[in-house]
Design a protein around this ligand. Structure first.
Ligand code: 5GP
Length: 212
């Protein structure tokens, strides 16, 4: 049985990185795929942990070799999810959580509609998004403004997602995401093998009851 691709999207500063960290702490069995990006490495980031940092030439080569499940130009840099890494996880039956921008989410939904569960993270308001982006201090003024400008279009994309979480606080929002993942595991179609074993045990026991 295949796992599900849990796709988390939001505008930049929506808090999805922090939320995913918390969800993975609550559900350590979740798979996670580290993306590739051409964006410069930030202070405190480690190659292979937050991202695999590559130059444009290498990224383009990986596109040409069909190595990405999806890729997109986000705020002027390229980001992509590895096809091999993600397939390995969810074909083993584990759920895989992926963080992508809205363009990447749309590509995965189109490519793997039956395997995708899409969750959109909304900040509680524009002011909160702006405050979060400003206070984390990871972007210069120009980059910050690009991200804020793009957020106006990005928030409108909520309508294509299965679930929407308003990220008032990390504790609540991360538990809401975990609840969605748990609920998805209880879908009838995902449990057919286990259900069949239970029904077989009833079949096998039936004649005993008739004899009693
Ligand atoms: P940041 O530069 O702040 O780490 O990420 C910028 C944006 O790129 C965020 O919206 C983030 O979710 C998105 N992103 C991160 N990894 C991927 C990926 O593999 N594919 C796509 N399409 N977007 C990604």
């Amino acid at each position: 049985m295949k796992g599900k691709l849990i796709i988390i999207s939001s505008p930049s500063g929506g808090g999805k990185g922090t939320l995913i960290k918390e969800v993975r702490a609550i559900m350590p069995e979740l798979g996670y795929s580290v993306s590739h990006t051409t964006r410069p490495q930030r202070f405190g980031e480690e190659d292979g942990r937050e991202y695999f940092f590559v130059d444009r030439h290498e990224f383009q080569k990986r596109i040409d070799d069909g190595e990405f499940l999806e890729f997109a130009n986000v705020h002027g840099n390229l980001y992509g999810t590895s096809l091999a890494e993600s397939q390995k996880v969810f074909e083993s039956g584990r759920d895989l959580i992926v963080e992508v921008d809205v363009q990447g989410a749309i590509q995965i939904m189109e490519r793997l509609p039956d395997e995708s569960v899409t969750i959109f993270i909304l900040p509680p308001s524009y002011d909160v998004l702006r405050a979060r982006l400003t206070s984390r201090g990871t972007e210069g003024r120009t980059e910050l403004n690009t991200r804020l400008r793009n957020a106006f279009d990005e928030v409108q994309q909520y309508s294509g997602f299965d679930y929407v979480i308003v990220n008032e606080d990390v504790f609540t929002a991360s538990r809401q995401i975990s609840a969605i993942i748990m609920a998805e595991r209880q879908c009838r179609d995902r449990q057919m093998e286990g259900i069949q074993v239970i029904l077989d045990s009833f079949d096998a026991a039936k004649h005993h009851v008739d004899e009693e």
